[in-house]
Design a protein around this ligand. Structure first.
Ligand code: NAI
Ligand code: MG
Length: 505
């Protein structure tokens, strides 16, 4: 693993790193010996090879996790928490290395994205590290002759699958709560961004007994599907597309296994006429996650802008969006990096082409990426805004997962809320106004799991985060999320009125 670490930040002539996956405390290759290439999306060069794990590797990892479970579940919760807190510290000590790895493999800009992500992962471990004592139950007042109480017990072996858009943070969000609650884990990393996750696993493994955490690399259809189907898994936790989320839920239904799903979004931003100001323009860009190329499930990608400020607000937005610096993710000067891969690049360009061809839509800023010059060497895209009158076309309905924002005018607030809620998704939402009454009434009317008023920040530990509608089931990031998603309740009822034992002497 140290060979791998030395090559972080590698420029083109560096040798290709051979990464391994973590099964039962050992760094191993796939049983088949097959590998997958990991690409730097900023220059399309192969930076590493990872094991192409399949059903056989998943079976090995699940066996290791099942063997580790009895002892791990009996470690006192506070002691499990203490280990997580030590992992947090160790992650902090190697934060820069992790951040550079994230930037290299995801294309997310180091300064604006990768570094905050690495710091966020350490924060997640520290937060859950303090929660061991909260795995407590209740007593139920049935009467003086009965003691009835509940215990929060772990589920067993958790199978978790994560995507590539914030891989280390999302991995931490599975590992820390699952392990704090006494479960063991098999985590399937995303094939496009496994290196930061493997580095985090390497740090975790310094503190954990073998088999408690296993990280398998491989394709979704092979390793991911095998994990979802494995009969020993007693809980599935998935973050990714709604399409794959449905497959995971179907697999879980076969064996009545609980699922947590954190899926896609098409989140609304509603701008009231009193909010035609620069700080709101900045907020809209933050909500849209332009500095992560909008590869974020919480992206505020539908902007409902009051008609009276429509043109002047868009003028300001066009200037600010065009001023974002796009380029090499590892360069501190850049605000914006690249999309993850060619598939996503083609997809996003397809949406932009649709927008350009549509008669009703007007391009406000951005457009198709350049075909020459340094930006054409990677999967770089331009922050793009289309103005349109309709909430019904493809660009306003589908999760694009790229920097394409649609602006739609409104005059009646009830109509804006109706359009905002006219979506199969319900993950996030944003409201912009100086009138706090209007802001809160609107926040309450939006059908989403998380609504922010006058800000567009990221999630913080302790905040129960998750979706309404097809954006998911269950909550992450919080104590409640851990209790609901990673424990099961047992009730024990004891008769206190048993007659004294009869003496036979
Ligand atoms: P995906 O949902 O296919 O991939 C996420 C994870 O699921 C990866 O680890 C992948 O290997 C795994 N996976 C894929 N197919 C699987 C299967 N049949 N069984 C088990 N695991 C499987 O996402 P993808 O293809 O990378 O991106 C496609 C679209 O998904 C994006 O354009 C975006 O709209 C959405 N997406 C949403 C995310 C979110 O956080 N809401 C994250 C990533 C993608
Ligand atoms: Mg997919």
């Amino acid at each position: 693993m140290t060979e791998r670490a030395e090559q972080i930040g590698a420029k083109s002539e560096q040798p290709i790193r051979q990464a391994r996956m973590l099964i039962d405390g050992q760094w191993t290759e796939a049983a088949s010996g097959a590998v997958l290439a990991v690409q730097n999306p900023a220059n399309k060069q192969t930076i590493a090879e990872i094991p192409r794990g399949d059903a056989e590797d998943i079976a090995r990892a699940v066996r290791a996790a099942a063997a580790a479970f009895p002892a791990w579940s009996r470690v006192a919760p506070r002691d499990r928490g203490r280990l997580l807190a030590r992992i947090a510290e160790a992650l902090e000590a190697r934060m820069e290395e992790i951040a550079r790895t994230i930037a290299l493999e995801t294309g997310n800009a180091l300064r604006t994205q990768a570094r905050p992500e690495a710091r966020g992962a350490a924060d997640i471990f520290r937060y859950f590290g303090g929660l061991g004592g909260e795995l407590k139950g209740e007593t139920i007042p049935i009467g003086e002759q009965v003691l009835s109480y509940t215990r929060r017990e772990p589920l067993g072996v958790v199978g978790a699958i994560i995507p590539w858009n914030a891989p280390v943070l999302l991995g931490a969000l599975k590992i820390a709560p699952a392990l704090c609650a006494g479960n063991t884990l098999v985590l399937k990393a995303a094939e496009d961004a496994p290196l930061g996750v493997l580095m985090m696993a390497e740090i975790c493994q310094e503190f954990l007994p073998p088999g408690v955490l296993n990280v398998v690399t491989g394709l979704g259809e092979e390793a991911g599907a095998a994990l979802a189907r494995h009969p020993t898994i007693s809980k599935l936790s998935f973050t990714g597309s709604t399409e794959v989320g449905k497959l995971i839920m179907r697999s879980a239904a076969e064996r009545i296994v609980p699922v947590s799903l954190e899926l896609g979004g098409k989140s609304p931003s509603i701008v009231f006429p009193d909010a035609n100001e620069d700080w709101v323009v900045d907020g809209i860009m933050a909500a849209m996650r332009f500095t992560r190329q909008s590869q974020s499930c919480t992206a505020g990608s539908r902007m409902f802008l009051h008609a009276s400020i429509f043109d002047s607000f868009l003028e300001k937005l066009a200037v600010k969006a065009a001023a974002l610096k796009i380029g090499d993710p590892l360069d501190e000067a850049n605000d914006v990096g690249t999309l993850i891969n060619e598939k996503q690049f083609r997809r996003v360009c397809g949406y932009v082409k649709d927008g350009l061809e549509r008669k009703d839509a007007r391009l406000v800023v951005g457009g198709l990426p350049p075909t020459e010059g340094p930006l054409s060497e990677g999967y770089f895209t331009l922050p793009t805004v289309f103005a349109d009158t309709s909430n019904d076309w493809r660009l306003a309905r589908e999760e694009i997962f790229g920097p394409v924002l649609v602006a739609i005018p409104w005059t009646d607030a009830a109509e804006a809320i109706r359009m905002a809620n006219d979506s199969t998704y319900g993950l996030a939402g944003y409201v912009w106004t100086h009138d706090i009454g209007v802001g809160l009434r609107t926040a309450h009317a939006i059908e989403s799991g998380w609504v922010q008023v006058n800000q567009a920040l990221g999630q913080v530990p302790g905040h129960s985060y998750g979706g309404f509608k097809q954006s998911g089931i269950g909550r992450e990031f919080s104590l409640e999320g851990m209790l609901d998603s990673f424990t099961q309740r047992k009730n024990v009822t004891v008769n206190l009125n048993v007659p004294p034992p009869s003496r036979t002497v």
